[in-house]
Structure formats: C-alpha cells, structure tokens
Ligand binder design. Structure first.
Ligand SMILES: [Zn+2]
Length: 538
C-alpha cells in the first residue's frame, strides 16, 4: 500500500497523486494541469495510464482536473469519481480547456507553416474531453462508496468551490486498514454561496494543501460595502467598472454581491445599473450553480432561495455571449459593470474591454483575485502607466482597485482550524500544493503546532502506508528551461518581496522617528546612534 507524490509538489498547480492500494492496483487523486510558471520538474506517471483503475477528483479547477482528457487519450478507461457538481463543472471546464488546446495548436501550426511546415498536435481535443466525461460517476457528500476490494471512499464538503471535496479513503490490504485523507483545496470560511469546510473526524495519513500555509489573510471589511463604494465613485464619474474575473466560482460570488447591492438598494442613485457577464464559460458555470444540490449551499443562500429569490440573478443582469454583442458593449457608454475572463487578463475577452476602457479616467479596473507575476493583470495592478494590448500601447488612466479578502483558500489559521477538527489526529502529514516556501514552512508549522511528523515531499517520493516508512525520498529537479527572465523567477520574486519588506520597515522606522519628537535628547541621540551603527554594518 503506497502513495507516490507526483504533481503540485513544492508548487501550487498540477495536483496529481498516485495510490497503489493493493499490489499492482492503482488509483489517482486528481490529475491537474500545471499553470503559470513553475520551476520544478514534476515526475511523470510511473505506470501506464491504462493500468489506472480509478481517478478521484477533489474539485473541478483545471489545476486539479485539467489533464484527465490527456490521461484518456493515453489509454485510461477507468472510472472518475467526483461529486455531481464537480462533474457538471468539469463537463464545461474540460471542454473549454480542450478548445484552448485546439486553438493554440492551430495557431502554432499556422505559424510553423511559414517555416518548417510541421503541424502541432493539441495536448487533447474536444472529443477527448467529451469521451472523458463519459467515464464520470457522480457522487454525493457523506456517503460511503465501496469502490472495489479494499477501497472505500467518502466525499466531504471542502468549502472551496461548488462541489469541492475532501476525499476520505478507507484502504484495506491483508486485514490491515489505513485511512488516508486528501484535502484537495481547503476552502476559506464565510465565502458566499458555499458551505464552510466540514470537519473530518480521523485519519492515519493526511495529504494537505498549503497555498496560504505560511500566510494569514488580512481581516478586511466585508466585500459588499467596498464594492458599493467603488461602483458609486465610478458611476458618479459616468464611468464603467471592468472586472477581470475567473469564470467559475469568483464570477458567481460577484453576482451574489451585486444581487445584495441591488436588493438592499445600496446605490439608490444608480439602482438599475446593468451588469454584463461577458464570458461564455462563466455563464455556463452560473447555470451549473443554479441547478446544484441544496447540500452544496450555505444557510444564507438556502434562506434566500426559500424566500423565492435567486441568489445570483437580478434585474439588468446580461449574459452576453456572441463576439458581436461583446464588441457592442464598448460603444455603449452607459455606466455599467462588465465582468469578463480571464482573471489575470492573460487571455479571453477581458483584453478587448481593457483596450477600450483602461485609457479613460472615468472608468475603474477592479481586480478580484490573485495576479501572478508577469501577467498583464499584475503589470496593471503594479501601476504601469501604459500597457501593450493587441500590439497597441495604451495609457492606463482608469482607477485601478482591488477587492480584498475574497480568497477561496484557507490561510494558515484556517488550515490549522481544520486539522484541529480531527478527533483522531493523523500519524503523519504530507504537505503539497504550495510554493517552495509555503510547503516547507507549513510542514514545519504543523510539526511544531500539533507535534505531528510532517513533511513536504518532492515529486517522485514514495511512502509505504502500511509500514509508515519512506520507500524513496527524491531531491528537487529543476526545469532546464527555467526562464532566464529575472523578473519572473521565484528567486527574484522572493528578492522583490524582501526588498518590499525592507522598504516597509524603513517607512515604519520613519513613522517611529516622527513619534519620537519631543522625547529627551538622550533618547533621540541613542536612537540616532543605533541607526548610524546599523548602517555602518553594511
Ligand atoms: Zn482549487
């Protein structure tokens, strides 16, 4: 009985874990795609895809599900177990991902025709994605599913995305049992629409994510008043609010907030402001949210529905789909909200909306999620005065704002709170799904706080779940083609962070010095001498 750590080892995306629960019998937990820039090489699947009998999915996000159609293409014909909501979201997200793969491959092929003439194959096709969906078996929360000899599973609400789950595996081999819990992504508390993460009572082994394993979310004002203020300011200027948003999850949260603003007449002067969701994927996802089981929804959302209201729908919500309708939005100058994807402005229709609106100081570009290094979103957020969109240099004159505090991931406190909910604590904790520092830092924090042996294995490491011993501990393998671009390497990002921290410390020192005015000459001289001494050290 063995677990092999493959993906999301010391990085945030590409979750893939292999379990051999009986000799020569394998299942996977998630099979996600890597996204963005990652510096470490993640090990390939060590067995043929045709030998994998089952895949259990924690949730639908592409970094957990996005390589399933590739697995299918390579011969996997087993069953994919996921909640009904994850299944429904995967059916639109994998189709969308396949479309991107096909479009990118066609573009590369066209480019190659001018040189070598070689055609580029997509990673997988829409047909692969459709065939993969045929393998799904939708499950419910809280039920025990006896999958096979020695393999039982339960899905428990992880509160991260509609249908997201903690997976509790009850494994048995030769009369010995082990319980393995895989967290997938652990949700944040008090997110709109969905439940908070549910407790899990026990585990022998826990595999847990660490996206925010070393950080604490800032406690911020609730989103609605902040959002209301931004809308009021922008509409008063006669401007439009452009929101780059992830299509699945975040967009529906925004619709929930807008419904609240309208229902409670928080903007009496602009009560009928229109909201446009310009993303076909987002609109399909909204339809999945509207059809989901009540089990997935938090009490407030159920109460809203019980009162006969739709929690994410309101007057003047427009779901534009065609490219023509999308373009028409930019000639219509009525103050409005446009929500469009992608969330980091890297692709999708958002770029058109930015091009047509970011130069106008009446408008606002509102970020509602993390912007990775090197993305257009990050460049705008960091205060660029001009940006290049579709080859055109465009002034950034719009107000740039951030809606803070709406993360879908638990922070360190949230992760600790969830581990605390285990009545029988795991004997061993494995940490993945966090950047290098988060994985290592969170593993150390778990050991210190709970006294549980914890580690962040590198990709390819193997652990024997029966003996409780490592079979193989690998070293990190760095990608050869790591981008030499210094501005995007994690090491330089860390350097930037430290530099920013240093600047903050200096600002604090300045503030401290100001408050010292009026203190005794002795105190002032001592402080001055210590500062000069500190500088002379460098
Ligand atoms: Zn996720």
């Amino acid at each position: 009985m063995k677990i092999t750590f493959l993906g999301a080892a010391h990085q945030v995306t590409g979750s893939r874990t292999l379990v051999e629960w009986l000799d020569g019998r394998f299942f996977l937990v998630d099979y996600g795609m890597e996204q963005g820039e990652n510096e470490m090489l993640q090990a390939d699947l060590p067995v043929a895809p045709s030998k994998i009998e089952y895949v259990f999915l924690t949730h639908a996000h592409i970094d957990h599900s996005g390589l399933l159609p590739l697995l299918y293409r390579q011969g996997f014909r087993g069953t994919v177990y996921a909640t009904a909501e994850t299944t429904n979201l995967c059916s639109i997200m994998l189709a969308d991902s396949a479309h991107i793969q096909e479009t990118d491959a066609a573009y590369e092929t066209k480019k190659n025709l001018r040189h070598s003439g070689t055609a580029v194959e997509p990673l997988y096709t829409a047909e692969d994605a459709a065939q993969t969906m045929e393998l799904f078996y939708p499950c419910e929360y809280g039920k025990l599913y006896m999958i096979d000899e020695g393999l039982t599973v339960r899905f428990t609400d992880a509160g991260h995305l509609l249908g997201s789950s903690f997976l509790e595996f009850f494994l048995e081999d030769g009369g010995q049992t082990r319980k393995l819990v895989c967290s997938g992504d652990v949700g944040n508390i008090n997110q709109p629409i969905i439940n908070d993460p549910r407790p899990v009572s026990e585990a022998d082994y826990l595999l847990i994510e660490s996206t925010y394993g070393t950080r604490i979310h800032e406690s911020v004002q609730s989103a609605v008043p902040v959002l209301t203020n931004i809308l009021r300011q922008t509409f008063s200027r006669g401007g439009t609010v452009i929101i780059p948003s992830f299509a699945v999850g975040r967009t529906q949260e925004l619709l929930y907030f807008f419904r609240e603003i309208k229902q409670n007449h928080l903007l009496p002067d602009f009560d009928t402001f229109p909201v446009f969701v310009d993303s076909p994927l987002a609109n399909e996802a909204t339809a999945v949210f509207l059809q989901c089981s009540q089990d997935c929804l938090d009490q407030q959302t159920r109460d809203i529905m019980a009162a006969g209201q739709n929690p994410i729908w309101f007057d003047n919500l427009n779901t534009t789909v065609s490219a023509e309708e999308s373009k028409a939005l930019n000639t219509d100058k009525t103050p409005k909200v446009i929500i469009s994807s992608g969330g980091m402005c890297e692709g999708g229709r958002i770029r058109h909306h930015l091009k047509h609106n970011i130069w106008d100081s009446r408008n606002t570009v509102l970020f509602v999620g993390y912007q990775a290094n090197g993305t257009l979103g990050r460049i705008i957020y960091d205060g660029a005065k001009t940006v290049k969109i579709f080859g055109e240099e465009i002034d950034v004159k719009a107000q740039i704002s951030l809606l803070e505090g709406i993360s879908g991931h638990a922070d360190r406190e949230g992760l600790f709170r969830w581990i605390s909910s285990f009545e029988k604590k795991p004997a061993c904790v494995f940490v993945n799904h966090g950047d290098d520092d988060s994985c290592t830092g969170f593993a150390a924090a778990v050991t210190e706080h709970f006294g549980i042996p914890s580690s962040a294995p590198y990709s390819g490491s193997e652990f024997d779940l029966l003996t409780g011993e490592w079979i193989r501990l690998t070293d990190p393998v760095y990608k050869e083609n790591r981008k030499p671009d210094k501005t995007s390497s994690p090491a330089s990002a860390r350097k930037e962070n430290f530099y920013a921290e240093l600047r903050n410390a200096v600002a604090e020192l300045d503030e401290y010095t100001r408050r010292m005015e009026g203190h005794s000459n002795h105190e002032l001289k001592t402080l001055k001498d210590r500062i000069l001494e500190l500088m002379s050290d460098h």
